[in-house]
Design a protein around this ligand. Structure first.
Ligand SMILES: *Cc1c(COP(=O)(O)O)cnc(C)c1O
Length: 372
């Protein structure tokens, strides 16, 4: 069995240090918003190249509180994609705003910037690009549109820590960048965790207040906030892991290159593409194939942990039924939803395992081609 991700192998790398730090936190009696939160915020801000980072309880909360901090709510529209994890639009819904869907670019699976302008209305407040699978969006074009129409930008970087567009890390282009430390992300902790980053001090202060019941001073509450703090234990673990992230992302890129080589010239398999001048961190290695569901099933039977991210585009999910979208509204999103298959990808995967994955995928694709 080759799993899509093997968190235990990564744990082996950091076990000794992490166990020592966690034990120390447990013995310290300081479990919430302590020294590790503060230190991690400084360390990760430095790593990303941004003035401020605020630790939160999840990536979903980072998106939600980013929208709140920008005063986006009832009656506002936020332009985003349907080819993403539900948390992206869930956050928009939580603040009472409406998601407006733009189709994707088939080559990158990300927001097609050429389709944004036609979706802008007087109600549009922000654009929310998602750097899906660790691949940066076309930020030059997106930023130009935001500037022209005076819109906020919130970047969903939950799958893209360390990814770069023209040498600049994602999350630093717009007003607020949102990250997740869910265990399976490129930088994952051992529970839930998230982060919002910004260069704007006022936004930072607003998010700090919102994460702790809507007040910067204890027992002084200025607005309705939430409880979205990162546990000290999680912050301590993240501090142990952060120094490895570049190495881990580099390994992922090497594995992606090796998969590309193994699939080169194979009929019926389309390997992922990268935009020029980007540093994709391959949260997922996602191929496109016909007969995807059949191949997926065969792979599972053969012990290959391939996954479909995501099987139903968000505009066709029940949660968004009230918006009235029908099939055909986002042709590229819908088409690619039926083709994508993500293969085992994690820093510690071995060449032999990749060869087994590729061999099995090629066999299954061939069998399905013959049948079809
Ligand atoms: C994981 C993820 C989120 C949500 O992060 P959580 O920490 O699980 O709340 C949001 N957007 C995308 C694209 C994600 O992959």
């Amino acid at each position: 069995m080759i799993p899509i991700i093997d968190s235990k192998r990564q744990y082996a790398t950091i076990a000794e240090k992490a166990e020592k730090e966690v034990l120390e936190v447990m013995r310290s009696g300081q479990y919430i918003l302590g020294k590790h939160n503060k230190a991690f915020e400084e360390e990760i801000a430095k790593y990303i190249g941004v003035n401020h980072a605020v630790c939160l309880n999840s990536g979903t909360d980072a998106l939600h509180l980013a929208l709140r901090a920008l005063n986006i709510g009832e009656g506002d529209e936020v332009i985003t994609v349907a080819f993403t994890f539900v948390a992206t639009t869930e956050a928009i819904g939580i603040v009472g705003a409406t998601p407006v869907f733009v189709d994707i670019d088939e080559n990158t699976f990300n927001m097609n910037p050429d389709k944004i302008e036609e979706k802008i209305t007087p109600k549009t407040k922000a654009i929310l690009p998602v750097h899906l699978y660790g691949q940066p969006c076309d930020m030059d074009k997106i930023m130009a549109i935001a500037k022209k129409y005076n819109l906020y930008i919130i970047e969903d970087c939950c799958q893209a820590i360390g990814a770069e567009y023209k040498g600049q890390k994602v999350g630093t282009f717009g007003d607020i960048g949102c990250y997740s430390f869910y265990p399976t992300k490129n930088l994952g902790t051992m529970g839930d965790g998230g982060l919002a980053i910004t260069n704007d001090e006022n936004l930072k202060n607003r998010i700090i207040a919102l994460r702790n019941h809507g007040g910067a001073i204890r027992y002084h509450h200025d607005e309705i906030g939430v409880n979205s703090r990162l546990d000290e234990i999680q912050a301590a673990i993240l501090r142990v892991k952060l120094p490895y992230i570049d190495e881990w992302n580099k390994s992922r890129r090497a594995h992606a290159a090796y998969y590309n080589e193994l699939f080169k010239g194979v009929e019926g398999i389309e390997t992922p593409k990268e935009l020029d001048n980007t540093y994709c961190v391959y949260h997922q290695y996602t191929i496109k194939i016909e007969n995807r569901d059949e191949v997926h099933k065969m792979l599972q039977e053969n012990g290959i942990g391939a996954m479909i991210y995501y099987p139903i585009p968000l505009h066709l999910q029940k949660v968004h039924e009230y918006l009235g979208f029908k099939e055909g509204y986002l042709p590229k999103t819908e088409k690619n939803t039926k083709l994508v298959l993500s293969l085992p990808m994690f820093a510690e995967i071995t060449k032999e395992e990749q060869e087994t994955v590729a061999k099995t995928v090629i066999e299954c694709v061939k069998k399905c081609l013959v049948k079809a």
